[in-house]
Design a protein around this ligand. Structure first.
Ligand code: SAM
Length: 296
């Protein structure tokens, strides 16, 4: 437990999918005047240096966000992708990408004064870093950092007073229990607050629990009569590889998905334009592809 640090992965292809969707959902939800509460059940450290030791170790951003910035397409970037690139650029100086914002900072930047953000992070170091990063914003009580188990602790805040909320659930899936806990937490949260928007990120890896999770969420949404949207991005094959010495090498994360319950009605059209571009920019082999399904 707790060997996962998001700093190794910040800005990778999974973050591109997750944060593009997150930003699009937030921009839609903040169009209405009513106050919004956003819950980030697994927040991470909040800000990452792409030129820091962690990011250099894996250089995952080089195959993710950085490729997007330098992409030369024959057509303009899809609006959702352009919004995402511009948002990350707003954390950086001109013509450089040194800082990558995690979900807490992406969310905070979209909030109006009347909105609230609750961040849950259990890792002792990341939670401290997150608190220090958020303190620099001087936003007072608008943003709360809680060193608590996000799966459990979010319950006490549902439903939120304004009855409008987005819940992002983005665990590290370090332990296989996490898959089941996501489904249980979303089911419980929907019982307390059925009209919230729920966004779950998950890895697509050869493990039964990873394949079961979107099925469980689909069943949950369908049984509750709620609309859902499911987007996946694959950048390469999940097959194990062999190095020159014949040793088996793990290929790294090949694909991931976002499952959203009660999505904005504009999200599907936005992703229909953005996902093919993500594939063409981020693909690492001929297995790269996307899926986009929805109902309701
Ligand atoms: N949401 C972040 C973003 O998009 O920038 C990345 C989060 S990272 C994938 C998952 C985080 O969850 C890690 O920082 C890990 O320490 C934390 N974590 C693991 N189990 C947790 C739990 N039960 N409650 C809250 N945080 C947890």
């Amino acid at each position: 437990m707790f060997s996962y640090r998001h700093a190794f992965h910040a800005g990778n292809h999974a973050d591109v999918l997750k944060h593009t969707v997150l930003l699009a959902v937030l921009r839609h939800l903040t169009q209405k005047d009513t106050p919004l509460t956003v819950f980030d059940t697994h927040a991470g450290a909040g800000l990452y240096r792409l030129d820091g030791d962690y990011a250099q170790t894996s250089a995952e951003a080089a195959d993710g966000f950085v490729k997007l910035v330098h992409a030369k397409l024959s057509e303009p970037l899809a609006p959702l992708l352009q919004d995402y690139v511009d948002m990350v650029a707003s954390f950086n100086g001109k013509d450089q990408v040194k800082i990558y914002p995690g979900s807490p900072f992406i969310i905070q930047q979209e909030l109006r004064d009347r909105d609230k953000l609750k961040l849950f992070e259990l890792h002792p170091t990341d939670s401290k870093t997150l608190s220090a990063n958020i303190a620099q914003l001087e936003v007072g009580r608008q943003v709360a950092v809680l060193r608590e188990d996000g799966f459990e602790a979010v319950k006490k805040f549902l439903p939120p007073p304004s009855r409008r909320a987005l819940l992002l659930c983005d665990p590290s899936y370090e332990v296989k229990n996490d898959y089941g806990r996501v489904a249980v937490m979303v089911a419980d949260s929907m019982q307390r607050f059925a009209t919230g928007t729920y966004a779950v990120w998950y890895p697509i890896i050869p493990r039964p629990e990873a394949h079961d999770l979107p099925r469980k969420l689909k069943t949950l949404a369908t049984k509750s009569g709620k609309p859902w949207l499911h987007a996946t991005l694959t950048v390469k094959s999940s097959k194990l590889l062999q190095d020159a010495e014949g040793e088996v090498v793990r290929p790294g994360l090949p694909a991931s998905g976002m499952f959203i319950i009660n999505p904005p009605h504009t999200l599907k059209a936005g992703l229909k334009a953005a996902l093919p571009q993500m594939v063409s920019i981020l693909k690492q082999d001929q297995h790269a592809t996307f899926t986009l399904d929805s109902a309701g």
